[in-house]
Design a protein around this ligand. Structure first.
Ligand code: NAD
Ligand code: WQD
Length: 332
C-alpha cells in the first residue's frame, strides 16, 4: 500500500535520487521528472536495484509547463512535490546568469502554476545555505539560524532566494484567496530546505555523487584524488581564522539529507504551517584539512594536496544552527 504519491523534479540527480530512494523505501509512490541535463537515466536503474521498486520517470524540462501538465494529468494521485531540478554551479552562474534565472526561477514558476491547476498544494523546495551569504556581516551569526537575514553573493544564490520568495508569495496568496472564499486556507504549504554541504554515498556503493563534466565541490574532488583520477587537491586558502587556517563547512550525509525531505513533507501534511524554512546541516563545522584527514584515514594513505590562494566568493564559515530541524523534524 502506498502512503502518498510524490512528484520529484530533478530526481535523477544526486540529492533527488537519494530522496526518491528514501520515498520508495517508505512506501511512497514516486514520479520523477528530469531532463537529464546533469544526470543519467542509469540513476533510475540504481534506485530500482537498491529499493526493488522502479520509480515512474518522465524526461521533461521543468520550464515546459504543458509537459508538466501532462504528467499531473497522467498521475492524478500526486499530492505533493519535491522540487530539486535546477542548475547549481556557482561560478557558471556568474557567466550565464540568465540561464540560471530561466531554469531555476522560471522553472519554479512553471511548476507552481501547473501544481495550482491540478490542485497539488504541498511543495518541498531545494534551497541552499548559499542564501545566507556571509553570515558574519551583521555580527556573529555562526552557527547560522533560519532567521539570519539572507544576502546571497552570487547569481546562483540569488536564484534560490528569488525562488524562495516566489514560493512564499504564491503560498500566502493561495491561502488568503481560500480564506476569502470561506475555506480554512491551510491547504497550501511549502518547506524551504536550506542545505549546507551534502556529502557521501549509499553504503552499498551503488549510488553516490556522480557529477557529469567538471566538478568544483570539495567532496567529489577529494574522491577523485583518492581513486587516482586526480593528482592532488588544491586547497583554497590556509589563511582563514580557523583552527588550521582552512575554511569551515557543515557536511551533512546524503542519507540524512534525504531523510530530512520525508520528515519535512510529513510536517507540512500534519501541521499545515504555510511556509517554513529549515536548515539541513549537522551543526558541526569541519575544515578542509579535517576532510582531507578523514578521507586519508579511510583510504589508508595520505592524500596529496597543495595550498593555493583563496577562491573568490568563499567565506570563512558556513555552519548550520540545526536546532529548528532537530526540534521539529527529527524522529518524525
Ligand atoms: P544535480 O545536478 O545532481 O541534480 C539536479 C537535477 O536536476 C539533475 O538530474 C538535472 O538533470 C535536473 N535538471 C536540471 N535542470 C532541469 C530542468 N530544467 N528540467 C528538469 N530537470 C532539470 O544537483 P544536486 O546536487 O542533486 O542538487 C539538487 C538541488 O539541490 C538543486 O536545486 C541544487 O541547487 C540544490 N542544492 C544542492 C547543493 C549541493 O551542494 N549539491 C547544496 C544546496 C542546494
Ligand atoms: C567546500 C570547501 C572551498 C574545492 C558550494 C556552493 C553552495 C552549495 C554547496 C549548492 C570550501 C574548499 C573546495 C577545492 C578547496 N551548493 N575547496 N578545494 O563552496 O561551501 O558550497 O556547494 O547550493 O551553494 O557554493 O562547497 O564543496 O565547493 O567547497 O579547498 O578544490 O572546500 O574553499 O571551503 P561550498 P565546495
Amino acid at each position: 500500500m502506498t502512503v502518498g504519491s510524490v512528484l520529484v523534479t530533478g530526481g535523477a540527480g544526486y540529492i533527488g535520487s537519494f530522496t526518491a530512494l528514501a520515498l520508495l523505501e517508505a512506501d511512497y509512490e514516486v514520479v520523477i521528472v528530469d531532463n537529464l541535463y546533469s544526470s543519467s537515466e542509469e540513476c533510475i536503474n540504481r534506485i530500482e536495484l537498491i529499493s526493488g521498486k522502479r520509480p515512474q520517470y518522465h524526461r521533461l524540462d521543468t520550464t515546459n509547463e504543458a509537459a508538466l501538465d501532462k504528467v499531473f494529468d497522467a498521475h492524478p494521485d500526486i499530492d505533493s512535490v519535491i522540487h530539486f531540478a535546477a542548475l547549481k554551479a556557482v561560478g557558471e552562474s556568474g557567466e550565464i546568469p540568465l540561464e540560471y534565472y530561466r531554469v531555476n526561477v522560471h522553472g519554479t514558476i512553471c511548476l507552481l502554476r501547473s501544481m495550482t491547476r491540478h490542485n497539488v498544494t504541498n511543495i518541498v523546495f531545494s534551497s541552499s545555505a548559499t542564501v545566507y551569504g556571509d553570515a558574519t556581516r551583521f555580527g556573529n551569526m555562526i552557527p547560522i539560524p533560519e532567521h539570519c537575514s539572507t544576502g546571497p553573493t552570487n547569481p546562483y544564490g540569488r536564484t534560490k532566494s528569488v525562488s524562495e520568495m516566489t514560493i512564499t508569495d504564491h503560498v500566502e496568496a493561495q491561502r488568503n484567496n481560500a480564506k476569502k472564499e470561506g475555506k480554512s486556507g491551510d491547504q497550501w504549504n511549502a518547506a524551504l530546505l536550506r542545505y549546507f554541504n551534502p556529502a557521501g554515498s549509499h553504503p552499498s556503493g551503488v549510488m553516490g555523487e556522480d557529477p557529469q563534466g567538471t566538478s568544483y565541490n570539495l567532496l567529489p574532488l577529494l574522491a577523485q584524488v583518492a581513486v587516482g583520477m586526480r593528482e592532488k587537491l588544491l586547497v583554497f586558502g590556509d589563511d582563514y581564522a580557523s583552527k588550521d587556517g582552512t575554511a569551515i563547512r557543515d557536511y551533512i550525509h546524503i542519507l540524512d539529507l534525504a531523510a530530512g525531505h520525508l520528515t519535512a513533507l510529513k510536517y507540512l501534511l500534519d501541521h499545515h504551517p504555510g511556509v517554513r524554512a529549515w536548515n539541513l546541516g549537522t551543526g558541526k563545522g569541519s575544515t578542509v584539512y579535517d576532510m582531507i584527514k578523514a578521507f586519508s584515514h579511510v583510504g589508508g594513505r595520505d592524500l596529496p594536496y597543495q595550498v593555493v590562494g583563496r577562491r573568490a566568493g568563499d567565506v570563512l564559515n558556513l555552519t548550520a544552527n540545526s536546532k529548528r530541524a532537530n526540534e521539529e523534524l527529527s524522529g518524525r
